[in-house]
Design a protein around this ligand. Sequence first.
Ligand code: BES
Ligand code: MN
Ligand code: MN
Length: 457
Amino acid sequence: MDSIRGYIEKNKERFLEELFGLIRIPSVSADKRNREEMYSAAEYLKENIISSGADKAEVVKTSGWPVVFGEKLIDSKLPTILVYGHYDVQPPDPHEEWKSLPFEPEIREEKIYARGADDDKGQLFMQLKAFEYMVAENKLPCNVKFIIEGEEEIGSAALKKFCLRNGQLLSADVILVSDTTMLSLDTPSLTIGLRGLAYFEITVTGPNRDLHSGLYGGAVNNPCNVLADIISGMKDDKGKITIPGFYDSVKEVDKGERELLNKVPLDEDTLITNIGIPEFYGEEGYTTIERLGIRPSLDVNGIWGGFMEEGAKTILPANASAKISMRLVPDQDTEKIEKIFKAHLENISPPGVSIRIKTLHGGNAYVAPWESKEIQAAISSIEKTFGKKPLPIRGGGSIPVIAAFDEVLGIKAVLLGFGLETDAIHSPNENFPLQSFYKGIETIPWFYHFYSESYNL
Ligand code: BES
Ligand code: MN
Ligand code: MN
């Protein structure tokens, strides 16, 4: 695998051109009108998987946005790596905050600026180009399959169904994913855990129309007030979530692992300055690293209702809504959380209003087994190219299909991500340093190497 550096040097301009072609397709999965964009991004990837050296690749229709499947099978006696990624991106708004157009990639200060530059087009492309190198130079040590979806940012419903029906097609020994972050290029880290997610929208409905707040104020229960009460009642003053049963299946992490996780040199001062807050805040008794990685959370993502225009209008609103997401940890189960959340709201049933709950999407948490051959291979590959052993981290984000791969297909995942916190994924001016991009391409073939080698030991 030592020739990978030379291969990158020779082809780096072309790698960027190819990636830019994908970035220019605005494949925002949240907007149902984007059919053409979603299909053309899928087609683009199919073509690139073929030109990178796969034997076959196809765009497969699903119940939602299409998935791309590809493979190169060289020997049934060798292990198979299933590479997962997503071609969908988050909406780019607010537009006015971008310094260059979100879907016209621009390189400034050695970073690619665009929506999807990191999450996940840039990171996925590292996988494709690392694969291309191994095929081109006859160094592929195992079989490879690709499964790339267009619904990660909206909950992966179609891919979860696809897994249930296509176990054989997706059969593999390990799943390889580049869609997470590292602490920094100087302090490499390996994500060994992802949080799960349970996401709801609740609507509180009162009177059948907005009412005059003088004629009715004081005698009618106000949906906005009720919603505020419901929300504030879901946490106590120690930052604990008070929904009965919420912590029932939360696995306490033992002291040893907590100490290990807290070794991560998280520069909290820089972080709070970056995001413009005076201090971190969260559940009592846990550090920031623990609050983000091993503890569940509950947050309002958006809240609306009543009169929201300029000026004053004296009304009691007919309804009020909020989007509420919970990040889950092992062994919480999204469906159980849904049940207890609904039961809780039914239980409090405030007088004079009705409450409707819509489940948006979810997925369970995932923790990779540290001693496994795939994690050990990932550690070796990072050590090889970064010159340091990675620190284990449990990321706060979610990739809902990773737990499903384990539950449905029985395949564990390696989260070999190269993003940085400063890449601003989901935000305006998302970016991906060229150095991260090339370092990722350099590291991935080593993972293939060490992983395949572990089968011969
Ligand atoms: N790639 C991210 C998840 C991520 C980023 C994990 C950084 C760890 C470190 C993924 O695309 C994402 O944004 N996931 C969503 C979940 C989805 C259901 C909306 C998330 O975490 O909010
Ligand atoms: Mn992603
Ligand atoms: Mn994302």
